[in-house]
Design a protein around this ligand. Structure first.
Ligand SMILES: [Zn+2]
Ligand SMILES: [Zn+2]
Length: 369
């Protein structure tokens, strides 16, 4: 399968013509309490992968070909075979698992252990972690980090990544327009969620964003679609891939209409295991639209996965460094996006960055003594 960011530039001009007459109803819930109480969600798209716990190289397991397709989709297996993937746990799969484990800060075992599968089945962005064979997350940076498994990891390089060739909106761009696919007929409340997501990036750069009614004339075109929607990256129903967006200056931003999108309220208190926070996903995908790839920093909004019922909307230092590398800083930005700090991470009491900052501080005090 081809990667979403690169191989559809030609299609970009054709698809809007085919989509313009479709009406797609997204599962959008105004707030958490509006979720239907008797709605029985299906499991996540990749839940069956949990059956592979403990699988290792040299054996054959029913359905393992599907896991290989997963790894190929996200860039970890570079080429599809001329025929279907086999169910054999081969060298290529082991190598893919090891790269994945490096990228997601897991123990590099090459075995499908529980921690690795837990990460694999989480809902995630449809944009690949490895594009055109370039490993941009941890695994591609190991030779530039002073880390080893036996020592604390003091990272000296940033973790944000850019797309190959570092595409960005042209020098001098001050304002980008965005518009919503007319067939979705989105409410004002939903539009406000996207406006808030754009504002988080505008806060730290000199870019501004403005909604326009002209879908085909907008720089960024946002739509909810189901299944195969014409760009070679079909959506997969509840959970699995949640959304994808294209690198600059393509501007396409697609969300899976089959998700249980929560528009407002505390998503962590949702009764539904499949509830997905709309703003969290929007902030992430806007990062791609502006030129950022995936980060190995778990608290960064550009980390590829997000659990359901989780809100993560505040840009981490890693996200800010990345976007300011591309576009410079907002002169009014004081170095902190603390205005909504309580939302920073709803599932971890102490963030990894806080710990690293603490250790770095302790280290420098030691150095002074
Ligand atoms: Zn992504
Ligand atoms: Zn799409």
């Amino acid at each position: 399968m081809v990667q979403p960011s690169y191989h559809h530039l030609i299609l970009a001009f054709l698809i809007p013509l085919t989509l313009s007459n479709a009406v797609v109803s997204a599962r959008l819930f105004p707030n958490v309490s509006s979720l239907l109480p008797d709605y029985a969600p299906l499991g996540g798209a990749w839940d069956a992968f949990r059956n592979f716990t403990g699988c290792h190289r040299g054996d054959k397991y029913d359905g393992l070909a599907n896991l290989k397709s997963y790894f190929q989709r996200f860039g970890y297996i570079p080429h599809a075979p001329p025929y279907n993937f086999s169910d054999n746990f081969d060298d290529a799969l082991e190598a893919a698992i090891k790269t994945y484990q490096r990228n997601f800060n897991l123990n590099v075992t090459g075995v499908l252990d529980a921690a690795t599968l837990h990460q694999i089945v989480l809902p995630r962005c449809g944009v690949a972690d490895i594009i055109n064979g370039t490993t941009t997350m941890n695994a591609g940076k190991e030779n530039r980090t002073a880390s080893s498994s036996s020592k604390p990891r003091f990272h000296t390089v940033a973790h944000y990544t850019l797309f190959p060739g570092m595409p960005r909106w042209p020098e001098g761009t001050e304002e980008l327009t965005y518009a919503f696919f007319p067939g979705n007929e989105l409410s004002d409340a939903v539009r406000r969620v996207f406006a808030a997501a754009f504002a988080r990036w505008a806060e730290v750069t000199s870019l501004t964003f403005r909604e326009t009614a002209s879908y085909f004339g907008a720089d960024i075109r946002i739509g909810f679609f189901s299944g195969d929607h014409g760009d070679g990256e079909p959506f997969d129903g509840s959970l699995g891939t949640l959304a994808h967006a294209f690198s600059p200056t393509n501007g396409r931003f697609h969300l899976d209409a089959a998700e249980d999108w929560v528009v407002s309220g505390d998503v962590t208190r949702s009764a539904l295991d499949t509830a997905v926070d709309l703003e969290s996903v929007a902030v992430h995908e806007i990062g791609h639209l502006l030129g950022l790839g995936h980060s190995s920093v778990e608290e960064a909004v550009m980390f590829p996965t997000i659990s359901s019922r989780r809100k993560k909307v505040v840009l981490a230092d890693d996200d800010i460094k990345g976007i300011q590398f591309l576009y410079g800083s907002n002169p009014n930005f004081n170095g902190s996006t603390a205005t909504s700090a309580p939302e920073r991470d709803s599932s971890h009491a102490v963030s990894a960055t806080s710990l690293l900052t603490f250790f770095a501080f302790a280290f420098s005090v030691f150095a002074l003594l």
